[in-house]
Design a protein around this ligand. Structure first.
Ligand SMILES: Cc1cc2nc3c(=O)[nH]c(=O)nc-3n(C[C@H](O)[C@H](O)[C@H](O)COP(=O)(O)OP(=O)(O)OC[C@H]3O[C@@H](n4cnc5c(N)ncnc54)[C@H](O)[C@@H]3O)c2cc1C
Length: 415
């Protein structure tokens, strides 16, 4: 069987890429070992983060690093035995997070983020999934004056330099907007531009169905079987061997399963994260996607219930779950909001696919014709999937990408 393009990985990045290729006249086979959207893209916080122009850096100050070393925080956790394996990634991540380099990276990263809402909007309309979207931003709340003042100053800078918009909130504003939230918050920010998704898996499902309506096909298969042929690429699927001129690796945290045996080495790390859904107690209501900023967890009022999501866990990608951050966050969250019973039988876990310079890898494989990479979207894969999908499809079909993607080239790690 010959198909035009094989897209490996049916997360938000792979599905979006498959749509854009199919729209541009290519015949696409989308391949995943699981059902589409079943991994990292399944359980995120559901934010299309138009304000997220500054990627999350690694702490620089010694005092902060020492606090993290105690390994008792909510926003970060690590497995000691996993650190040696992640050292190359962590050292380069720390180095790139230095103020000057981080500023340069933000400037290179911002154009991707800038188009996140418009590119999702295109796919949301085409897939008739507007009922899964809210367009009223998200909120972070601060417990101390010092944190509030620092974040207000940073928001002002982001508005000036990158055109994002926000409202500065007082404690009284927060009480009015969220009557069920208890505790004395000193202020907050409402980011106005971002959109939120009431069911991230539902959104990917809608995108995938749209892809199939365009004539694309999904099949299950193992990306590790990818091999080069005389005329292109071949992968083994449940429908037999699929051959195509081009192949796209959109495997998120599993990209190395396809790239390393072709001779590529990317210093990728993962930041694992957890979620759990809760029923609100009584008639309590959470109106906004809310970050408890000093503690580092999200509460998101999704269709299934209030989804609590956690920060970064530095651990081996496939090591068993250790949801200690979730337990710690739940305790703190219960003190500020009347969360009721847990709704999931066990915590969900995903692994954010991270590069040490905080930018995704998008472009042609340096040493193979017809092979393309789209992975490493870290904290912003949901946000960026449709942007990446469009620029990569443009590149594959021979058009100039609508934004300059030189900074995301795979060559920066594999010259
Ligand atoms: C707790 C948490 C909260 C988050 N919140 C947000 C948010 O609010 N906004 C945001 O923008 N981002 C958020 N993210 C990040 C976002 O979820 C990820 O960046 C994004 O899902 C990555 O998408 P992907 O398509 O690259 O990877 P994935 O969704 O992981 O897709 C990769 C696919 O490859 C498949 N695969 C793996 N191995 C094989 C194989 N051998 N053969 C075939 N297929 C294979 C997998 O089954 C999977 O479907 C969050 C992440 C977490 C963990």
């Amino acid at each position: 069987m010959t198909k035009d393009v094989i897209v490996l990985g049916a997360g938000i990045v792979g599905v979006s890429t498959a749509i854009h290729l199919q729209r541009r006249g290519r015949q696409v086979t989308l391949v995943d070992r699981k059902a589409p959207g079943g991994e990292t893209s399944f359980g995120n916080a559901g934010l299309i983060q138009r304000e997220g122009v500054v990627p999350y850096g690694f702490p620089q100050q010694l005092g902060v690093l020492i606090r993290y070393a105690f390994n008792n925080r909510i926003d970060a956790h690590y497995h000691l035995r996993a650190l040696p394996g992640q050292l190359a990634f962590l050292a380069r991540y720390w180095w790139n997070s230095n103020t000057k380099r981080h500023e340069m990276i933000s400037r290179a990263y911002a154009p991707l983020i800038e188009h996140s809402i418009s590119e999702h909007n295109d796919l949301i309309e085409a897939s008739h999934s507007g009922h899964l979207i809210r367009k009223d931003g998200w909120m972070e709340i601060f417990r101390t004056d010092a944190k509030r003042d620092a974040e207000f100053a940073e928001a002002e800078r982001l508005q000036r330099e990158f055109g994002v918009s926000y409202d500065a909130l007082s404690g009284a504003d927060i009480a009015r907007m969220e009557p069920s939230i208890r505790g004395e918050f000193r202020g907050g920010l409402r980011w106005r531009d971002p959109w939120s998704v009431l069911d991230p898996h539902g959104l990917i499902t809608a995108y995938r169905l749209y892809f199939e309506r365009l004539g694309g096909r999904f099949t299950s298969g193992d990306a590790a079987t990818l091999e080069q042929t005389a005329s292109g690429w071949k992968v083994t699927t449940s429908d037999g061997a699929v051959e195509a001129q081009d192949a796209v690796v959109a495997l998120g945290p599993w990209a190395d399963l396809a790239t390393s045996k072709l001779g590529y080495s990317f210093p990728l790390g993962v930041k694992r994260g957890y979620h759990m859904h809760y029923a609100p107690e009584g008639d309590a209501m959470l109106n906004n996607w809310t970050l408890d900023a000093e503690r580092g967890y999200f509460l998101a009022p999704m269709n299934r219930g209030i989804r609590l999501t956690t920060g970064a866990e530095f651990a081996a990608r496939d090591a068993p779950k250790t949801p200690v951050q979730l337990d710690r966050a739940e305790k703190v969250a219960r003190a500020i909001f009347p969360l009721g019973r847990r709704l999931d039988p066990e915590p969900w876990m995903g692994a954010r696919p991270c590069t040490p310079d905080m930018m995704p890898i998008i472009g042609k494989a340096p040493r193979h014709d017809g092979l393309w990479f789209a992975f490493g979207h870290a904290h912003h894969g949901l946000t960026l999937g449709p942007v990446t999908g469009r620029v990569l499809a443009e590149l594959i079909t021979g058009d100039a990408p609508f934004i300059n993607i030189a900074a995301y080239s795979p060559n920066r790690f594999n010259p």
